[in-house]
Design a protein around this ligand. Structure first.
Ligand code: GLA
Length: 450
């Protein structure tokens, strides 16, 4: 009997009886059943998306928050303060250094851009010292580069950073953003009672729609509801183009791990709500900053691609190391993220300090990420056939390794002994294309809905 160990499922609503030490025969039978069942459940769409024609694939761009936060000190720190100069410079680099060509499109302002008072007509105004030309001019500049401008507001009486909120002003604010030709709104949920948050998000969604301009709508609705109640993802998907579920990302591996752990724990709730027009947002990519090793940066990039997450970087594109840049611009990873099938991937097994995350792709392919969660020792080899999705490779698959290094592994049969190394806190990313007569079977499985 084959006694190879295999990793097993940890889908919250259907736990398999086989643990990391179980025999592969047990896993083969149960994993097959659970895998197909899980796919069918997760692939059924919960609701219609917000019908503004935007975010048909996950949004790609840059946002100032994680890297530049609420730095308003342009006198002593002009290069890093929140000012029109910062976004203009970022836009320049995005065009010159291949970011735009790679797909990054939105240049986004976060909190702390406004003057502390509204104008006589009740409109928000940009801080005149830091944005002397005003937001409309900034939008014109960003548009002249072929890019789009994002802005930030909050549904409460103050933003999280203490600047004027949109409570009582959401219609004026939506119109102001439209008049300024803004392309995206990140709408935060600080300083309002949680029971009113849903209404606040819906009101702004309608107000944006009423302007007649297409403005991508980025929400944090579920994040502010989760501490008290299960969010209504049907309503969220109908209202927003993406939505933050969980805490702010920090420039640290513990932050990335906590986001991934949360996403896996609640995947049965959040995954079905994602699809063209509306996405779960696990927050910004912090790749290119200070806190992650290169392997950890690869893990964030790979898992954000599997999760069909918006790829919104928060880093300093004017000064970024070539390896991080190459990773963020990796066309194979971006292609997984932007796959037109628009299905969010999820964790399909966990065991022996490995996690397997899989995402169905167009043309009957599968993306697979294997993360080594062991933070001691060297690279550990993962037995490829232990991944739940491997069952699609009957009788064989064409395998492309994308991380840690691009490599065509060629055709691999179902009964393979292939073991591939994964660095501690790193992730191996690959795509599987089933070959021969499994195609039809495969197609049925991946395309089925309840
Ligand atoms: C909240 C959001 C962050 C950022 C800050 C700004 O914490 O979740 O992404 O926008 O507010 O104050």
């Amino acid at each position: 009997m084959n006694t190879r160990k295999c990793a097993c499922f940890k889908i919250p609503w259907f736990k398999s009886a086989c643990n990391s030490g179980a025999l592969i025969t047990c896993c083969e039978t149960m994993a097959g059943a659970v895998f197909v069942f899980t796919l069918v459940v997760l692939m059924s769409f919960a609701a219609d998306a917000l019908d503004n024609g935007l975010a048909l694939t996950p949004t790609m761009g840059w946002l100032h928050w994680e890297r530049f936060m609420c730095n308003t000190d342009c006198k002593t720190d002009p290069d890093n303060c929140i000012s029109e100069r910062l976004y203009m410079q970022m836009a320049d680099v995005m065009v010159k250094e291949g970011w735009k060509d790679a797909g990054y499109e939105y240049v986004c302002i976060d909190d702390c851009w406004t003057f502390h008072k509204r104008d006589a007509q009740g409109r928000l105004q940009a801080d005149p010292d830091r944005f002397p030309s005003g937001i409309k001019k900034l939008a014109d500049y960003i548009h002249s580069k072929g890019l789009k401008l994002g802005i930030y507001a909050d549904l409460g009486y103050k933003t999280c950073g203490g600047y004027p909120g949109s409570l009582g002003y959401h219609e004026i604010d939506a119109q102001t953003f439209a008049d300024w030709d803004v392309d995206l709104l990140k709408y935060d949920g600080c300083y309002l009672e949680w029971k009113l948050v849903g209404e606040g998000y819906i009101n702004m969604s309608k107000a944006l729609n009423n302007t007649g301009k297409s403005i991508l709508y980025s929400c944090e609705w579920p994040l502010y509801v989760w501490p008290f109640d299960k969010p209504n993802y049907t309503a969220i998907r109908e209202t927003c183009n993406h939505w933050r579920n969980y805490a702010d990302v920090y420039d640290s591996w513990s932050s990335i791990k906590s986001i991934l752990d949360w996403s896996a724990k609640y995947q049965d709730i959040i995954v079905p709500s994602a699809g063209p027009g509306g996405w779960n947002d696990p927050d910004m990519l912090v790749i290119g900053n200070f806190g992650l090793s290169h392997d950890q940066q690869e893990s964030q990039m790979a898992l954000w691609a599997i999760m069909a997450a918006p790829l919104i970087m928060s880093n300093d594109l004017r000064d970024i190391c070539p390896r991080s840049k190459a990773l963020l611009q990796n066309k194979y990873i971006i292609a997984i993220n932007q796959d037109p099938l628009g299905k969010q991937g999820y964790q399909t097994s966990k065991g022996n300090d490995f996690e397997v995350w899989e995402r169905p792709l167009s043309e009957n392919r599968l993306a697979m990420a294997v993360m080594n969660r062991q933070e001691i020792g060297g690279p550990r080899r993962f037995f490829l056939a232990a991944a739940p999705g491997w069952e699609l490779c009957n009788p064989k698959c064409n395998i492309t390794l994308i991380l840690p290094k691009y490599q065509e592994l060629g055709v691999v049969p179902l009964q393979t002994d292939l073991m591939l190394p994964v660095n501690p806190s790193g992730t191996m990313l690959l795509t599987l294309t089933p070959l021969q007569n499994t195609l039809q079977d495969h197609k049925l499985r991946w395309n089925s809905t309840l």
